[in-house]
Design a protein around this ligand. Structure first.
Ligand code: PFF
Length: 443
C-alpha cells in the first residue's frame, strides 16, 4: 500500500502549525503570562521557542521523514528495538493528552452554542463563574460536548491525511488567523488597553526565576507539540524534496506569533475592564465573557472568539489522534478507518472520567489530585519531558549524521545552523529539560 503524503508544502506547514497552535496558545499562554509576570515570561518563552523549540521540531520532523513511520516504528527502524520505548511513551501520551484536551475542546463547543443563543450571563458577570462551574461539574452536558468534539476530530482524521487533515487545515488555519486579528484589533483599541499591552510586552526582568523559566519551557514544549511524536507523525507524510529547516522556522514563527496575539487579545481587554490578569484557567471562560458583555459588539466578538478557540483546538486534536492511528495501522496492519474509529472511541471513554473529575468524581484522588489534574500533571511533568529528553539525545548522539543528511536533503540544501543544532540536541535541550523536571519534582 502506498503511504499517504501531504499534497503541498503549504498544507504541511498549516497542518504542523495547526498542531502547534491550540488551546495551549490561546487559553493557557495568556493566563500563564498573566500569572508569571507578563513581558518577562513572554521573553523567556520566545527565547526557548527560537532555540530548543526550533531544534527539536526539526529533529522530530526529520526523524519522521527519514523513517516514514509512526513514532514507535520510527524509533525502532532508526535506532533499533531498544529505542522503541520512546515511541511508546509518545503514543501513550497522545491518548492521555487527547482525553482531557477533548473535554476542554467540548467546553468551547458548549460556549459557542451558549454564545449564539445568548444564554451566557455576560451582563451579570457575578454569575459567570457559577455558570462555568455548572457546565464543567455536571454529568451529561460536558460529556455530550466532549463526544461532539471527539466526533469532529475523528471525522477529519477518518477522511485521510491529504483529503481530511490537510484539506481542513488549509481552510481553518487562515480563518483562525483572520478571526484572531479581528479580535486583537478590537482588544488593543479599547479604552484603557494600553496598560495591558505594556504589562504583556515590557519585560520586567526582576520577574525571571526558576519556576517561571520552567513554566516557559513546559509551555514551549506543549505549544510546539513536542516530546510525543506528533511532529514525527506529521513529518512522516512529508515528501523528500521538502526543506525541513525552512518549514520548521515557519511553524515555530506561526506558533509564537499566535501566542503573542493570544496575549494581545486577552490581556489588554482584561486590563481595560479592570479585571484580574492573574485569574488563571478561568480567564478564557469566565473573565473574557464578562469583557465581551461590556464591549460594544460583544455578542459577535464572543461568538468569533469561541469559534476561533474551537478551530485552534480541533487542528491540534487531529494531530494527536493521527499518532495512535498511524501506530495501529502500521504496526498491527489495522485498516486506518477501523483504527481511527476504535482509537476515537477509546479516547472518548478515557475522557469521561476526566470530565467527571470536575464534578461528581472530584473526590477520587491520586496523589491528592483528581483524575483530570493527575493526567495533565503526569503528562507535563513526566511523559513529555522524558519524551523530549530521549528524542533530543537520540537525535544528537545516535543518528546525528543521518539526521543531518535528512535536514539538508542529502547535501542538496545548505543548513548553516548544523553546529548549533548539534549542541542543542546533544547538551542544551536534554540538560534544560532534565533541570526543569528535577526542579519540579523537588519543588
Ligand atoms: N500544541 C497544542 C496546544 O498548544 O494546544 C497541544 C498539543 C497538540 C500537544 C498536539 C501535543 C500534540 F501532539
Amino acid at each position: 500500500m502506498k503511504r499517504e503524503q501531504w499534497a503541498s508544502r503549504f498544507g504541511f506547514i498549516m497542518a504542523a502549525a495547526g498542531s502547534a497552535v491550540g488551546l495551549g496558545n490561546i487559553w493557557k499562554f495568556p493566563y500563564l503570562a498573566g500569572t508569571q509576570g507578563g513581558g518577562a515570561f513572554l521573553a523567556v518563552y520566545l527565547i526557548i521557542m527560537a532555540t530548543i523549540g526550533v531544534a527539536l521540531i526539526m529533529a522530530e520532523i526529520g526523524l519522521g521523514r527519514a523513517a516514514k513511520r509512526n513514532p514507535v516504528g520510527a524509533f525502532s527502524i532508526l535506532g533499533g528495538k531498544k529505542w522503541m520505548v520512546t515511541g511508546i511513551i509518545g503514543v501513550t501520551t497522545s491518548f492521555m493528552i487527547l482525553a482531557f484536551y477533548s473535554v476542554v475542546g467540548g467546553w468551547t463547543v458548549a460556549y459557542i452554542v451558549k454564545s449564539i443563543f445568548g444564554t451566557l450571563h455576560v451582563n451579570e458577570p457575578d454569575l459567570l463563574p457559577g455558570q462555568f462551574n455548572d457546565l464543567v461539574t455536571s454529568v451529561g452536558e460536558p460529556i455530550f460536548y466532549h463526544g461532539v468534539f471527539m466526533a469532529m476530530t475523528a471525522g477529519i482524521v477518518l477522511a485521510g491525511v491529504a483529503d481530511g487533515i490537510e484539506r481542513s487545515v488549509k481552510v481553518l488555519m487562515p480563518l483562525l488567523f483572520a478571526l484572531l486579528l479581528i479580535l486583537v484589533v478590537r482588544s488593543v483599541t479599547l479604552d484603557g488597553a494600553w496598560e495591558g499591552i505594556t504589562f504583556f510586552l515590557m519585560p520586567d526582568w526582576s520577574q525571571v526565576n526558576g519556576p517561571m523559566i520552567s513554566a516557559a519551557l513546559g509551555q514551549a514544549f506543549f505549544s510546539l507539540s513536542l516530546g510525543m511524536g506528533a511532529m514525527i507523525t506529521y513529518g512522516s507524510y512529508l515528501d523528500k524534496g521538502a526543506n525541513i529547516p525552512n518549514a520548521s522556522y515557519w511553524v515555530v514563527f506561526l506558533a509564537a506569533m499566535v501566542a503573542v496575539l493570544g496575549g494581545l487579545l486577552v490581556l489588554p481587554a482584561v486590563f481595560a475592564f479592570g479585571m484580574d490578569p492573574a485569574a488563571g484557567p478561568g480567564l478564557t471562560f469566565i473573565t473574557l465573557p464578562a469583557v465581551f458583555g461590556e464591549m460594544f459588539g460583544g455578542y459577535i466578538f464572543q461568538i468569533i472568539f469561541f469559534v476561533m478557540l474551537l478551530i485552534a483546538a480541533l487542528t491540534s486534536s487531529i494531530s494527536l489522534l493521527a499518532i495512535p492511528v498511524a501506530y495501529f495501522a502500521e504496526e498491527f496492519g489495522i485498516r486506518r478507518s477501523v483504527s481511527t474509529t476504535l482509537v476515537g472511541l477509546v479516547i472518548f471513554a478515557m475522557g469521561v472520567p476526566c470530565s467527571l473529575a470536575m464534578g461528581v468524581w472530584g473526590d477520587i484522588k491520586f496523589f491528592d489530585m483528581n483524575i483530570f489534574d493527575v493526567t495533565a500533571y503526569a503528562v507535563d511533568n513526566y511523559t513529555l519531558p522524558i519524551g523530549g529528553i530521549l528524542t533530543s539525545l537520540f537525535a544528537g548522539w545516535v543518528i546525528l549524521e543521518r539526521l543531518g543528511s535528512e535536514l539538508t536533503n542529502e547535501g542538496k540544501l545548505r543548513f548553516s545552523a548544523m553546529p548549533a543544532f548539534t549542541w542543542l540536541m546533544r547538551i542544551v535541550a536534554p540538560a534544560a529539560v532534565l533541570w526543569v523536571m528535577v526542579s519540579n519534582l523537588l519543588g
